[in-house]
Design a protein around this ligand. Structure first.
Ligand code: TRP
Ligand code: SF4
Length: 399
């Protein structure tokens, strides 16, 4: 089969919380069973907004990696690395910047939004404007075609796709492309050549996406082609020229928004989090002191779950039976709020216990964590270098 490659990055924000776990990490731990996965610490991205205070980035990086591992991201299945250790990202970013229209960056919705949101910072910088392009380089350098991101990041993935298309269009048309593609097809040989050609026609004439997938599968399974010929044939399927860079797709996470302690989305900046390494007695205390429906001043006052942030946590942690018990008990004042909170407390403690145990293990063994990252960086670097060879060649920079 045509192998999908998944890539995602996270800014180093230090220790993670349940919002990260439910919104991102659980998804990563599932993806690692289905796809080839690369996950990285986007430390350069952190500098685009925190250039005035870089001190915390390194510590935050290691804390975050420990939490990834503790949450079940498995280094034997996924490649874990740090962006700044693969300097090829910077080279690709530079080269792509030559052909990136300024308007494309200026009209990114995140550009104005973030500047307004972080108005205490001066973000009228070159690096901040270019940050979606750095993200494109992160993705394109691994030829990743699936990028799990939240909704806010979708425009960046679309932008990356446009950049890849522009690059391929500008530099993928070598002289005599058509003839070279046909010669490469011959080299596929007999049955494969016929199959490829049939599937290509089916895709081009009928837009049959399955035919496209199957044709790519033929190429994946072919051993005796040079890399250049393979790329020509990938590109030839879709018309254009050589496909030097792969167009990525966003892989939208089923928006599991984790509510925080106050009913808003869980986020460090709202001070409403439970961290993955929160001490159990703190978890108990935080949930017990959580606000509830303000109409329930006394135990005997009936309440409405829809006005209560605890109810939102039941949506995450409780089954139908328990939710019915909450509803009935709340509306009739049959249960107290502490009774209602107890199953949530139990569920969170049960969820965190194995995570915290693993985090302790990794925390006590920094060498192991460092060696996991060193291995991941090495693998990532090999992949990045392969792409950069082709990119340099396309730009006349091969030495
Ligand atoms: N921009 C992303 C964020 O702020 C992080 C990120 C950087 C990323 N490079 C990436 C995500 C590449 C996916 C793919 O959350
Ligand atoms: Fe909220 Fe539960 Fe109290 Fe109702 S009983 S107000 S849902 S905490």
């Amino acid at each position: 089969m045509y192998v999908d490659r998944v890539l995602s990055g996270m800014r180093p924000t230090g220790g993670l919380h349940l919002g990260h776990y439910h919104g991102v990490l659980k998804n990563w731990t599932q993806l690692q069973h289905e796809y080839e996965c690369l996950f990285f610490v986007a430390d350069w991205h952190a500098l685009t907004t925190h250039y005035d205070n870089p001190g915390s980035i390194e510590d935050s990086t290691w804390e975050m990696v420990i939490d990834w591992l503790a949450a079940g991201v498995d280094p034997s299945r996924a490649t874990l690395f740090i962006q700044s250790q693969i300097i090829e990202h910077a080279e690709l970013h530079l080269l792509l910047s030559m052909m990136t229209p300024l308007g494309w960056l200026e009209r990114m919705p995140t550009y104005k939004d973030q500047q307004e949101k972080l108005s205490e910072k001066d973000l009228s910088t070159y690096g901040f404007l270019g940050y979606p392009l750095l993200q494109s380089a992160d993705i394109l350098i691994y030829r990743a075609n699936r990028v799990p991101v939240g909704e806010d990041q979708v425009p960046h993935i679309e932008f990356s796709r446009e950049i890849a298309r522009r690059f391929n269009h500008l530099y993928g048309r070598e002289p005599g492309y058509e003839d070279k593609a046909k010669a490469a097809m011959k080299r596929l040989g007999g049955k494969r050549e016929r199959l490829y050609s049939e599937l290509r026609t089916r895709y081009q004439e009928q837009g049959d996406a399955e035919a496209l997938e199957s044709a790519r599968a033929v190429l994946v399974a072919t051993q005796n082609l040079s890399l250049g010929d393979k790329e020509r044939l990938y590109g030839y399927l879709e018309g254009g020229g050589r496909m030097i860079l792969t167009e990525p797709q966003a892989l939208l996470t089923a928006a599991s928004k984790m509510p925080g302690l106050d009913g808003q989305k869980m986020s460090k900046s709202y001070h409403n989090t439970i961290t993955l390494r929160e001490a159990p007695d703190q978890v108990v205390k935080k949930i017990r002191t959580m606000p509830t429906d303000p109409a329930r001043m006394r135990r005997t006052d009936p309440g409405s779950p829809d006005k209560c942030p605890v109810w939102q946590l039941h949506q995450v942690y409780s089954g139908e039976g328990q939710k019915a018990w909450v509803r009935a008990g709340c509306i009739s004042a049959g249960i107290g709020c502490l009774d209602c909170k107890q199953p949530v407390i139990d569920a969170i403690l049960a969820e965190l216990a194995p995570i915290q145990e693993r985090a302790r293990g990794f925390g006590e063994d920094p060498d192991r964590v460092r060696s996991i990252i060193a291995d991941g960086c090495e693998k990532a670097r090999d992949l990045a270098r392969e792409t950069m060879r082709d990119v340099r060649e396309a730009l006349g920079l091969a030495r």
